[in-house]
Design a protein around this ligand. Sequence first.
Ligand SMILES: *[C@@H]1O[C@H](CO)[C@@H](O)[C@H](O)[C@H]1NC(C)=O
Ligand SMILES: *[C@@H]1O[C@H](CO)[C@@H](O)[C@H](O)[C@H]1NC(C)=O
Ligand SMILES: *[C@@H]1O[C@H](CO)[C@@H](O)[C@H](O)[C@H]1NC(C)=O
Ligand SMILES: *[C@@H]1O[C@H](CO)[C@@H](O)[C@H](O)[C@H]1NC(C)=O
Length: 270
Amino acid sequence: MALLVSLGALLACLCAANAMTDPVIVTMPSEVVNNTETTVRLSCNLTNPTSPVAGSHWEKDGKKIENSADTKPNTVIQYTISKADLQSGGVYYCVFLTSPKVNSSIEVKVLPHVKAYKHSEQGNENDKGVLTCTCHSYPLPTDWQWFKVIGDKKTLITNGTERFEVRSTPDKSILSIGELDIEKDAGDYECLATNEVGSGSDKIQLRVRSRLAALWPFLGIVAEVIILVTVIFIYEKRRKPDEITDGTQYRKSNAATNHKDQNVRQRNCN
Ligand SMILES: *[C@@H]1O[C@H](CO)[C@@H](O)[C@H](O)[C@H]1NC(C)=O
Ligand SMILES: *[C@@H]1O[C@H](CO)[C@@H](O)[C@H](O)[C@H]1NC(C)=O
Ligand SMILES: *[C@@H]1O[C@H](CO)[C@@H](O)[C@H](O)[C@H]1NC(C)=O
Ligand SMILES: *[C@@H]1O[C@H](CO)[C@@H](O)[C@H](O)[C@H]1NC(C)=O
């Protein structure tokens, strides 16, 4: 009995000792929120490695960051995120090449960076209008909203009301407007995405062409044909009475002109 207790104590002690010597990575900073103004330096400090450190690198989006690999046995490593890379945010990993490998992550969170697929959209009257916005920054939006903008007044567009339909995934939102109306639907729209840091938006101008405008090229051709036909018709009408008078003169003509007539007939036979 006493032996079992002391064995248990020994095991507990070993486990505790083992827990104390587990590798630990301290990250600095622990996370980055809404800092898109300056560059940010990330650092990882590894203590109690399980084996000598054979090197290290940094990863983002499951990919090794170019030029971040190091073969030195450093236990403290750093990586500087450029201002450009800060715009999109992401999850950065520092990886130490011990056996087994160990890593830690630092989340870089930014406001949603929203981009309209096209800033100017065009639709035909009575057709369906489609406006699209995307966002690929980290963390992805948890909510999307659409507004109709008139001057400095914004009106929230509710999914399923009137002819509006909103379909959203975390990285994309699509506003569909059924049967476009020139008066009601042309104008400015705003898509707004929200994540835990805050909100970001973009604007789209929608232009609605009248059915008639879409038909203009066709109507132009029709008008041209009508004018042409009219001109030909008028010309023919004007010419005919002359021919008739010519004909009567012809029949009344004397032998001298009859000779000409024969010539004409002969030519006609040839
Ligand atoms: C994030 O930063 C922008 C400008 O850099 C600022 O306008 C905004 O208020 C900040 N948002 C939060 C939630 O700190
Ligand atoms: C790394 O962590 C160890 C242990 O916590 C500490 O003594 C050391 O000063 C740290 N090094 C740096 C560069 O922060
Ligand atoms: C970090 O370590 C965890 C646990 O060992 C592992 O599942 C994960 O794939 C590692 N991530 C990277 C980026 O190395
Ligand atoms: C809008 O309504 C449609 C149809 O009722 C639905 O499929 C869709 O998921 C809704 N979108 C949002 C963003 O709730």
